[in-house]
Design a protein around this ligand. Structure first.
Ligand SMILES: *[C@@H]1O[C@H](CO)[C@@H](O)[C@H](O)[C@H]1NC(C)=O
Ligand SMILES: *[C@@H]1O[C@H](CO)[C@@H](O)[C@H](O)[C@H]1NC(C)=O
Length: 242
């Protein structure tokens, strides 16, 4: 929209023009969400940021937080100065609130308490009257990852190779598993086996066949890049085993 204008010689025309302009340029403010995903752990209390810039008082406006992948998709809805609880998704009942004192400054950030794994996803903040929308991605990580455990599960006396197995529990989202030798070189391993438990957390395991030429020390590293979580365990195998 082009909001520039030039002065008109007739002041009354200018006034009308100016009023039209003020009306049509309204809504130039934008809803701003975070550029990076918000990362939280299960049971955290968090804030999903969303604010109008430049600021505008939104206390009296309808304000909506939704998750398009849910049905019903309302996470939080405020209308006529009241929070509507009946229309929202049952999973969010009693866990969401707006910061009432911030609404005057156009800040409609959402407080979400006792985060669950199922809260992970894309949220939209929306002000229908201004037709402004923004989105916030929430990544929920398990707060219970275990350090990998390495077991020696086999040897081959002919080739002098040793088979190692690594297992780690309690992950979410699904992590990747890497094997490294003593110099930090990546070893080629079998496929990672992933099992999802009744608690929705992932247990991962991976096997690798190593020979003495790789060195005697091996590391199993389990990592989840989105949530910036990593755990590793090192094993030292004495020469007698090869
Ligand atoms: C919006 O309000 C929340 C909660 O008070 C605060 O953490 C956040 O910094 C505010 N955002 C802006 C842009 O002021
Ligand atoms: C995770 O990050 C590491 C280090 O930056 C990178 O080597 C690896 O490829 C990434 N993994 C995935 C699945 O993106």
């Amino acid at each position: 929209m082009n909001c520039s204008f030039s002065l008109h010689s007739d002041p009354s025309v200018f006034l009308v023009f100016h009023l039209l302009l003020a009306h049509s340029c309204r809504g130039q403010s934008q809803l701003i969400g975070p550029s990076q995903p918000i990362v939280a752990k299960v049971s955290d209390d968090i804030i999903l940021p969303c604010h109008l810039d430049p600021a505008e008082d939104v206390v009296a406006m309808t304000l909506e937080w939704t998750r398009p992948d849910l049905d019903p998709n309302f996470v939080h809805m405020r209308r006529a100065g009241q929070d509507l609880v009946d229309t929202k998704h049952p999973s969010y009942k009693g866990r969401t609130s707006l910061f009432i004192n911030e609404l005057r400054r156009g800040n409609i950030s959402l407080k979400l308490s006792k985060v669950k794994l199922s809260d992970g996803g894309t949220y939209h903040c929306f002000i229908p009257k201004l037709d402004k929308r923004s989105s916030v991605e929430l990544v929920v990580a398990s707060g219970a990852v275990s350090s990998p455990v390495i077991d020696l599960v086999g040897t081959d006396s002919n080739t002098g190779a040793v088979v190692l197995e690594c297992e780690s529990k309690g992950w979410y989202p699904e992590p990747e598993v890497l094997w490294l030798d003593g110099e930090g070189n990546l070893l080629s391993a079998g496929p990672t086996e992933t099992v999802r438990g009744p608690d929705d957390l992932y247990t991962v395991s991976s096997r690798v066949t190593v020979e003495k030429r790789h060195s005697n020390s091996f590391t199993c590293r389990v990592q989840q890049n989105k949530t910036n979580q990593a755990r590793e365990t090192q094993i030292y195998i004495s020469d007698d085993f090869f």
